[in-house]
Ligand binder design. Sequence first.
Ligand SMILES: Cc1ncc(COP(=O)(O)O)c(C=O)c1O
Length: 385
Amino acid sequence: MELQAFDMVRMQCAYDGDVDYDLSGSGVPSVSLKEVMGSDDAVRTLLEVEQGYPPTNGSPELRSAIAAMYERASADHILVTNGASEANFMAAWRLFEKGDEVVIIVPNYPQTWNLAESWGMEVRPLPLKEELGWQFDPEDLKAAVTRRTKAVHVCNPNNPTGAIMASEQRKALIDAVKDSGAWLLADEVYVGAELGDSRTQSLWGHHEKTLITNGLCKAYGMPGLRIGWLVGTPETLREITCYHDYLTLTHSMLSDHIARKVLEPERRERILAKNQEVVRMSCRVFVDWNEAHGSALAHRSPEAGAMCFVRHPPGLNSSDLSERLRKERSVLVVPGDQLGMDGYMRIGTALPKEYLMSGLDKIDDLMRTLKASDPERKIDFDCSR
Ligand SMILES: Cc1ncc(COP(=O)(O)O)c(C=O)c1O
């Protein structure tokens, strides 16, 4: 069986060290081990950690610390994984069978979508609409979810739009999975990276057939620890553990120890608050720059995550435009069509101000060149319309 390529990841791996301005990320700057642990002495305690296998579902301490973030969850509702990627993969591997129907919101981080298509599922898109503030239309949900639907997959807060699901949509989603008996799969790696003050409520706890995926990669700024997790009923997690046994068996002992520290409530909130400040400031830099430049990029301010999903002039394909940006201006962004929606680009913003602004200047410069080379105005370069 051939898997569809994960184009975005391949592109980032191929070029991120090879451009002057890498604006292709979506998380906050990485946090150092010293910052997590608090002092050299605390870091030195890690030297004593024996490098045996941790329990394959995660140490009881780590699972309890994760469970404390979810209502009515205990350590038995948690399975620790190698990053949210492994959590997403195992959820899909356990649930998806050839011929099943799955409803997936678009645009989206395309891991689950690509796997579902590769494994012969029928994928029904549930579009997030820019004119609705990047929410889905509940009528579209009603039309998409039927008794045949095996699972509905959402990413909330959403990558790449940075939108947080509104209460009307949240209720409609929970009702839809309950009525149809479908699984609810929710990737929540951007919870904690909100620009506003309130934390996104997890979708956990409303429907038995729910699997939540999350990890320390985005809001926490620690993708290198490769700590992710699944939240599900103990029975479902027992089934998924069987898949884990074949895939990676377990995660790293050192990461398990560090993650326990990260998730001590006070430390966790301190790390998230600091990262949130970065998210807020970097978004402000982008918005100010965009306003000052009257640029050919339109966007709705994200509500979470260190990224802006911008609409570029119609008539240009987002992969073509991104390729020109890379080759002609040495700027890397993620084209919208790699995330399921052409006509847009995802621009990562959590970068040093000067670096971000210089990268944005390069984008603006290419737009001006494209506009100048289109004297007959075949392309509309005013995206604000
Ligand atoms: C929505 C989403 N889920 C999962 C991942 C992968 O997470 P991890 O690095 O923990 O495997 C990413 C990475 O960009 C993401 O954006």
